[in-house]
Write a protein that binds this ligand. Sequence first.
Ligand code: SAM
Ligand code: SF4
Ligand code: SF4
Length: 373
Amino acid sequence: MNRVIPLVDQRRLDQAVRVQASGAQARGVDTSGQPPRDARGRPLRDLRISVTDRCNFRCGYCMPRDVFDGNYRFLPQPELLSFEEITRLAGLFAQAGVQKIRLTGGEPLLRKHVEKLIAMLAGLRGIGGQPLDLTLTTNGILLARKAQALREAGLARVTVSLDALDEALFRRMSDADFSPDDVLRGIDAAAQAGLPVKVNMVVRRGVNDHQILPMARRFRGSGHVLRFIEYMDVGNTNGWNMAEVVPGAEVLARLAAQWPLRALTPQYPGEVAERWAYEDGQGEIGLITSVTQAFCGDCNRARLSPEGRLFLCLFASRGHDLRALLRSGADDARIRGALSAIWGAREDAYSESRGSQPDRRDAPRIEMSYIGG
Ligand code: SAM
Ligand code: SF4
Ligand code: SF4
């Protein structure tokens, strides 16, 4: 099958740049040196950079093998942003208020020499000269091999996805020839290299919800934070069904019946996970409830695709072609202006309207494996 093409909204990009040129402060455009705010007043803080659309897994909820098969057209190498291009854009995003960068994919550790990119990004500074919070989400298979190099390059933290400890179920869910032990070895290697670790588990009712307690038991007291993610209707290929979503509240009730928990206050506005601590001091867990309790109101995340399209929401169908702008020879001021203008015009809040506008679910939109979580 052909690539599920995200449409590039060049028209909106051009329009956004024109808006910027005409100085539309009301829409959050950066004419004052202040970080831009979007049309709903949300600042830009978090940039997710997808460095590849390829993966060594075929998780059914993300890259079902019948779609992402031998005939699927992944992005050819020359279409990807180079490390220099990514770093230049990331630096301009940092000047626009971004404080945190997460590398994702596809599987980001499949991108050759990704540690070089991390070293380049580690040299960037945000507004006020602060170093950026640099992290990465991975399925963990290549982590045992790469953790030390990633740490030495300047990675601050890592998130590792793991949906099941049960060997057969793990193989079925990832649809690949690896074992959960490979991922657990990656987690150990990351911890040994000094990287704080979070573990992401996507919960699907009737598939792996019986792994909630075993996973919690495995990571309690380990120092790693386990986060339960509601199964989302990202993209158009995973056949999402609300019946398979296990609400975060239910996950919490199942855990609390075993181990009493208390709510923790958010560390910063826009924090994605709701955090809970075990009363017995054995660490904390997180709930990412994007389906049952939308958190669009604080969403401060922008997403850059492997070939340089800027998306303002995980559920967007259209991206702004920053690569064209970069390769047109635009100077920093022009690109910075475009970023501010694009962000200033942002109104996205898909999860808030998921229930009230079910027909929107069928609209074409980007795939998770292309843009990252
Ligand atoms: N390959 C890496 C990994 O799996 O960690 C990084 C990319 S993956 C797209 C990023 C995160 O998105 C993972 O934690 C994955 O479990 C999550 N994810 C993918 N599809 C999802 C879906 N339909 N609903 C909820 N989370 C999903
Ligand atoms: Fe690959 Fe991550 Fe998607 Fe699984 S969730 S298929 S590991 S990109
Ligand atoms: Fe942000 Fe879009 Fe998710 Fe809402 S639906 S939280 S706007 S990415």
